[in-house]
Every structure is written in structure tokens, then in C-alpha cells.
Design a binder for this molecule. Structure first.
Ligand SMILES: [Zn+2]
Ligand SMILES: [Zn+2]
Length: 276
């Protein structure tokens, strides 16, 4: 089964807001993983405006067109839709999506924090339209609360949203796990084992989306004390969970974090874990 890597060459010349030019040396720095027979590299394509208009105001979409990173967002959302369809259809087993300017702070009417279009909501909609799937899950391990995603999904009882952030909350399908502003690799992984994996096993989603920020890493702008190797261990845990609940269907979407060296350390290794 194939692992898809989704990258846009736009990122070489157009830095992302907040996260900066951290993907400038990709996809080359992925190195040997790209030569594996079960790894395939895809170039992003833009999302359709008709689809975006189901989730955002026309004003949000229009104003983004004039911003230097607007294209990053339109292409990243397009890649998220394509990647998730390829995973559900069985063309791919799992995927790693390099994302810029889209993500978890983009709600229906407002967006901030470097993410100006929602990426998972259009993908979830497209999956349900095209395939016979209902339950899906979104895990968010960026440092910050996924307020835009929560706005998009809070009334969607078929979407399990588990967000690791600085506050605690739980109803049936909307969960925030408070990790605090200081943690460590083991404590955080224990919380993932305790708060995400049992819920996913009960909910049985058809696929797991994972918004993975490395802003939580030591020295990055949301530093809570995690080391670079934490992110590889995290992906191993979630991948194993996906294999238990949804035949391994797992899509990682890159989130916050501006340290280029961290991105260049973790993502080749994460790609290797997905392909192994
Ligand atoms: Zn963040
Ligand atoms: Zn949260």
C-alpha cells in the first residue's frame, strides 16, 4: 500500500504566514524516502471556490486572493481534499500533506493565526459526498486550540474532534485535552493514549485526520518542552491506532511551528514511519 506525500513548489518562493519559509528545502530533504517503491509524491492543486463557499464567506475568500500567501492556502486545501479522497478510495494507505496558510484557526466567518482557510471541513464534506462514509476523526496536536475547526464541527456528531491545547472540555464528539504550557514527551504521549486512542476505538472513524504542529517543540514559538523525537513517536502511536480502527487510513496535515531545522528533522522520519 502506498504513502502519498503532498507538496507544492509554491512553498519554495512563498513563505507561510507565522510559520515562515520552513518548507523551502522540501521535498528534497525527504531524501531516500522518496525513492521507496511505496511512496508517491504529488503536487498540490487548488480547491474549487464552489466548495469553499460552503464553509467560508465570499468576503473571506476574495480578500485572501490579494494576499501574498493566498495561493498557499487555496492549494493546501485542494491537496487536503485530494489526499483524503485517495486514502478513502484505497489508492493510498496514508499521507503526509505539507500545508501552508490553511488550518485549524479558520472558522466560517473569521480566520487568524496563520491559517486563512479551513482545510479539513471541505475534505470531510467531499468524502461524504463521494463515498459511503460517515464517521471521521480529527486529532489536533498543534500547541493552540483549534477554534476554527471547533466552529466548523461542533454540531457534527459524525466528526470526533480531539484537540490537545491549554484547556479541558469534553462532550460526545468535541474534546479538548488540557496539556498545559509545560509538558514532556512521556506525559504528552500518555495523554494521547488515554484521551484520543480509546475514543477513536469507540467511535470507529473511517479515517483519521491529524493536524500536527511542531510549535510545541523546544525552542519553537509554542514551546511546551517536547523534543524533536516526540513527533516521530506520536505518529507511530496514531498510525497504530489507525491500523486498529480504520485499516490504517491516516492523513497528517502540517500545522504550526516555524523552526525550519525541526521541520527538516521530523518530516523525513515521519514519512518513513508512514511508509513502513
Ligand atoms: Zn499553533
Ligand atoms: Zn482545544
Amino acid at each position: 500500500m502506498t504513502t502519498g506525500i503532498f507538496y507544492s513548489h509554491i512553498f519554495k518562493t512563498s513563505p507561510g504566514p507565522v510559520v515562515g519559509p520552513k518548507f523551502i528545502n522540501f521535498p528534497e530533504v525527504l531524501g531516500d524516502v522518496l525513492k521507496l517503491p511505496n511512496v508517491k509524491l504529488f503536487e498540490h492543486e487548488p480547491v474549487s471556490e464552489d466548495l469553499l463557499l460552503k464553509f467560508h464567506t465570499e468576503q473571506m475568500i476574495e480578500s485572501l486572493k490579494n494576499r501574498p500567501y493566498g495561493k498557499n492556502a487555496f492549494y493546501s486545501v485542494g491537496a487536503c481534499v485530494t489526499a483524503s479522497k485517495k486514502i478513502i478510495s484505497g489508492e493510498l494507505k496514508n499521507g503526509l500533506l505539507f500545508n501552508s496558510a490553511s488550518g485549524h484557526h479558520a472558522g466560517p466567518k473569521q480566520a487568524w493565526g496563520g491559517t486563512y482557510l479551513n482545510c479539513v471541513a471541505p475534505a470531510v464534506y467531499s468524502l461524504r459526498e463521494t463515498f459511503n462514509v460517515n464517521n471521521l476523526s480529527l486529532l489536533d496536536t498543534d500547541c493552540h486550540h483549534g477554534d476554527g475547526d471547533r466552529e466548523m464541527f461542533k454540531h457534527d456528531s459524525s466528526l470526533l474532534h480531539v484537540c490537545f491545547c491549554d484547556s479541558s472540555y469534553a462532550d460526545e464528539t468535541n474534546v479538548c485535552v488540557g496539556v498545559g504550557w509545560r509538558s514532556n514527551n512521556n506525559d504528552y504521549l500518555d495523554l494521547v493514549r488515554k484521551e484520543f486512542i480509546p475514543r477513536a476505538k469507540k467511535f470507529m472513524p473511517a479515517m483519521i485526520f491529524h493536524f500536527l504542529g511542531h510549535d510545541t517543540c523546544e525552542g519553537d514559538y509554542g514551546d511546551i518542552g517536547l523534543t524533536q523525537d516526540f513527533f516521530i513517536e506520536l505518529v507511530k502511536e496514531v498510525k497504530e491506532c489507525a491500523e486498529d480502527v480504520c485499516q490504517g487510513r491516516y492523513l497528517i496535515i502540517t500545522g504550526g511551528g516555524s523552526r525550519r531545522d525541526v521541520a527538516e528533522y521530523i518530516f523525513p522520519r515521519i514519512a518513513n514511519v508512514l511508509a513502513s
